[in-house]
Write a protein that binds this ligand. Structure first.
Ligand SMILES: *Cc1c(COP(=O)(O)O)cnc(C)c1O
Length: 366
C-alpha cells in the first residue's frame, strides 16, 4: 500500500533529540527558542510563539483579540474540526461563509456578505498547502476593522504575492504528525505585533511572566525542547522537503490531465503551494462516485484520503449550537462530496507515482 502520509526521520533528528535528553532540560527552553527563531524566519515575521498544538495556537490567538460574548468569527465550513472547536473554546460565535472551488478557501465576497456589526475576526484556512486569496481577504479585514487570523496549520512556508502564510495577520500552525513539519504534537503562532507576541508568551505559561507573578489567567500551552529538537532539522531541510513535494505534485498534475470526471488541483496565480495534500475533485462526469473511487484506489494499493467528507458543522454535536451560524455555502457543500487527496509526500518513489497515476486512470476509465 502506498500510504497517504509517512513519517521518517534521519540521523540529524536523532542527534538533536539525544542532545536534549542528555542535557537534562527537556521542557520548554533554549531549543524551543531556536525553533521559534527559525520558524519566524521561514514565515517572514519578527515573532513566533511555540505552543503545544495547532488547536491551542488558534485558541490563544483568539484570546488575545479580547473578544466579548456574541462577537463573531467569520470562517470557512470546509476545514478540520479544530478551527471550529477553537472558536467555540474561545467563547466566540462561529459564522460560516462559502469557499472558492479552485483554492478550497474562504471567499472574500462570500465572507463580506455574512458579516454583521458583531463580526470581529476574519479566519481563513490555508487548506492543503495553498493560501487563501490573501490580497482580497486582507483588504476586506482592513476595510471592516476586523482582526485577521490565518489558520495555516497545513501551509508552512506557503506564499501569496511574495508574503508567507501567517504574515498577513496573526498566523497559527500545527506540527501534528502528518503535517509538513512535525513534532508529533505541536503548534506555533506568528505575528508582527510586539504586544500580541508578548501577551501570547505570558498566556501560554500560566499567565506568568516571572515565577509566581501572574498577569492574566493563563494556560499551560508550552511546547517542549524534546519536541522542538525533532523539528529543527526539518526546518533546516525544509527547502528540500518542499522541492520533493512540488516535484511529485508537478508530475502527478501532468500525468492526470485530460481525465473525464477528474479536476486536478490548481495553483493560483501569485501563490506558492507547499502541497500538504494533492487534492483532486471527482465530478459527476466520472463513472464512479467519490467514495467508490477511494475504495477502488485502495484495492489497487493506493491510499487516498478524504479531507473533509462533510462540512465541519454538519455533525449532531454541533447541530443547533447557540454559537454557530451556518448560512448558505453551496460551493463548500458540493466540494466536500468531490474531494480526494492522493499521496504527494517526499517518500514517494517514481514507481509509486506511476502506480498512483495508472490506478487513477484505470478507476476512471469508461
Ligand atoms: C491540523 C489542523 C489544525 C489543528 O492542529 P493540531 O495540531 O492537530 O491541534 C487546525 N486547523 C487545520 C486546518 C488543521 O489541518
Amino acid at each position: 500500500m502506498i500510504p497517504i502520509t509517512t513519517v521518517q526521520f534521519g540521523p540529524e533528528v536523532e542527534e538533536e533529540v539525544l542532545a536534549v535528553l542528555r542535557s537534562g532540560n527537556i521542557a520548554q527552553g533554549r531549543v524551543v527558542e531556536r525553533f521559534e527563531k527559525a520558524f519566524a524566519d521561514l514565515s517572514g515575521v519578527p515573532h513566533a510563539i511555540a505552543v503545544n498544538n495547532g488547536t491551542t495556537a488558534l485558541v490563544a490567538a483568539l484570546e488575545v483579540f479580547d473578544l466579548e460574548p456574541g462577537d463573531e468569527v467569520v470562517t470557512t465550513p470546509f476545514t478540520f474540526v479544530a478551527t471550529l472547536n477553537a472558536i467555540l473554546e474561545a467563547g466566540a460565535t462561529a459564522v460560516f461563509a462559502d469557499i472558492d472551488e479552485d483554492d478550497f478557501a474562504l471567499d472574500a465576497t462570500a465572507a463580506e456578505a455574512v458579516m454583521t456589526d458583531r463580526s470581529r475576526v476574519l479566519l481563513p484556512v490555508h487548506l492543503f498547502g495553498q493560501t487563501a486569496d490573501m490580497g482580497a481577504l486582507t483588504k476586506l479585514a482592513e476595510s471592516k476593522g476586523l482582526r485577521l487570523l490565518e489558520d495555516s496549520a497545513q501551509a508552512h512556508g506557503a506564499t501569496c504575492e511574495g508574503r508567507s502564510a501567517g504574515s498577513f495577520g496573526v498566523g497559527t500552525f500545527s506540527f501534528y504528525a502528518t503535517k509538513n513539519i512535525t513534532t508529533g504534537e505541536g503548534g506555533i503562532i506568528t505575528t508582527a505585533d510586539d504586544a500580541i507576541a508578548d501577551r501570547l508568551r505570558v498566556l501560554r505559561n500560566q499567565g506568568m511572566r516571572q515565577r509566581y507573578q501572574y498577569e492574566m489567567p493563563g494556560h499551560n500551552y508550552r511546547l517542549t525542547d524534546l519536541q522542538a529538537a525533532v523539528a529543527l532539522p526539518q526546518l533546516a531541510h525544509y527547502g528540500e522537503i518542499l522541492e520533493a513535494r512540488r516535484s511529485n505534485a508537478a508530475w502527478l498534475t501532468t500525468a492526470l490531465t485530460d481525465i473525464d470526471g477528474l479536476v486536478a488541483p490548481r495553483v493560483m496565480p501569485g501563490r506558492e503551494h507547499v502541497w500538504h495534500q494533492f487534492t483532486v475533485r471527482i465530478t459527476e462526469d466520472a463513472p464512479v462516485d467519490r467514495d467508490e473511487f477511494v475504495a477502488k484506489l485502495g484495492e489497487k494499493g493506493v491510499g487516498a484520503g478524504v479531507y473533509y467528507p462533510r462540512l465541519v458543522h454538519d455533525y449532531d454535536a454541533y447541530r443547533d449550537h447557540p454559537r454557530i451560524r451556518v448560512g448558505e455555502t453551496p460551493v463548500a457543500e458540493r466540494v466536500s462530496k468531490q474531494v480526494v487527496s492522493l499521496p504527494v509526500h517526499p517518500a514517494l518513489t517514481q514507481a509509486d507515482l506511476v502506480t498512483i497515476a495508472d490506478s487513477v486512470r484505470e478507476v476512471l476509465a469508461r
